[in-house]
Design a protein around this ligand. Structure first.
Ligand code: G3P
Length: 221
């Protein structure tokens, strides 16, 4: 069976920039190499190219736009691919898109050979997102994001119903879950509920010792 994906979103946290970002990248690479568990990172845009150059870990953008040409201030999918990324988050709770934009963005990701991780807020939207056949649907209840309360314990039903809804539409689409994920126990529960991995941010990015948190996250897989 393929390794689960532990995907760390650096968001716009100050702790996810500069030297701190490098510390997280180094820790992710070390823990991935030692454990064989896939640890992906979604750093800030300015870090994408250096991260792809320096670390042997999958790097994702936090957002892409399905555009090229005369557009200003956008993140064209092809530039993210050229930087060396493997994929991108799409429709994160903090960067919502219209349904038409989600469809066009997943299509742009596919065209440029990028994995797509479409974030959703409930089971119905998870099933709807699966219609676009992204690589992953990532269910994240917005009220638990950044709360320190794990979706795996506070709302296991939403994980289970998203997995069922997504697989009813398209069994090939993998499912991540996120919001408040912070420990090996959270990851274990998420996988038991049928998820293929987790999407998380604050517990790693804001940690004093990101390597210790990463080691704990993969400890029960
Ligand atoms: O993208 C991951 C995120 O929205 C979850 O954030 O801080 O609750 O792990 P956090």
């Amino acid at each position: 069976m393929a390794s689960p994906l532990i995907l760390i979103n650096f968001k716009s946290y100050r702790e996810g920039a500069g030297n701190n970002a490098g510390q997280i990248g180094t820790a992710a690479e070390l823990v991935m190499q030692e454990s064989g568990v896939t640890i992906g990172v979604a750093p800030q845009f300015t870090e994408l190219h250096p991260f792809c150059k320096h670390y042997e870990i999958p790097v994702y953008a936090q957002h892409i736009d399905p555009v090229e040409g005369a557009f200003t201030g956008r993140v064209p999918a092809f530039t993210v691919r050229a930087a060396g990324c493997v994929g991108s988050l799409i429709n994160h709770s903090e960067r919502r898109l219209t349904i038409a934009d989600i469809e066009a963005t997943v299509a742009a990701a596919k065209f440029h050979h990028l994995e797509s991780v479409v974030c959703t807020n409930n089971a119905a939207v998870s099933a709807a997102a699966a219609l676009f056949a992204p690589t992953y649907v990532a269910i994240e209840p917005p009220e638990l994001i950044g709360s320190g309360i794990s979706v795996a314990t506070a709302n296991p039903e939403i994980i289970q119903s998203s997995v069922e809804g997504v697989h009813r539409v398209n069994p090939e689409v993998k499912v991540l879950c996120g919001a408040g994920i912070q420990s090996g126990e959270c990851v274990k529960k998420a996988l038991e509920l049928g998820a293929d991995g987790v999407l998380l941010a604050s517990s790693v990015v804001k940690a004093k010792d990101p390597e210790a948190v990463l080691r704990d996250l993969i400890s029960k897989i």
